[in-house]
Design a protein around this ligand. Structure first.
Ligand SMILES: [Zn+2]
Length: 119
């Protein structure tokens, strides 16, 4: 079995399972490979990327996380769902990490921001 990362003409990423590379080529020629989301048969093969799993990091989102900042919007756009998911994890962790810090001072902080002092 060969698992290929594919993308349709509408930029929908999906996986295709084939017996072999040749099998994939044949199915492509017959128009049998189509996007599960929109049915587009204009399918491109992607460079295979490592699966996103717990502990593993998606390339650009992870780099941004190491620098202590969130990934840029353009990185999210390029990266697709996996990158978005990684960014969401980063964001969640940041919120968890910072919730305690602000804690009791939150109301005061919010009030200061409201008054324009905390900018
Ligand atoms: Zn599609």
């Amino acid at each position: 079995m060969k698992v290929l990362d594919l993308k349709c003409g509408q930029d929908h990423p999906f996986e295709g399972w084939f017996a072999s590379e040749t099998d994939f080529q044949e199915q492509m020629q017959r128009g049998l490979v189509q996007c599960p989301l929109c049915g587009d048969t204009q399918v491109d093969k992607q460079l295979s990327v490592p699966r996103l799993s717990l502990g593993a990091k998606a390339p650009r989102a992870a780099m941004a996380a190491d620098e202590g900042s969130l990934p840029a919007a353009e990185a999210l756009h390029e990266g697709g769902p996996a990158t978005l998911q990684a960014a969401w994890l980063v964001l969640t962790r940041k919120i968890m990490a910072h919730t305690e810090d602000v804690g009791e001072r939150f109301a005061e902080e919010a009030r200061r921001m409201h008054c324009g002092e905390a900018q």
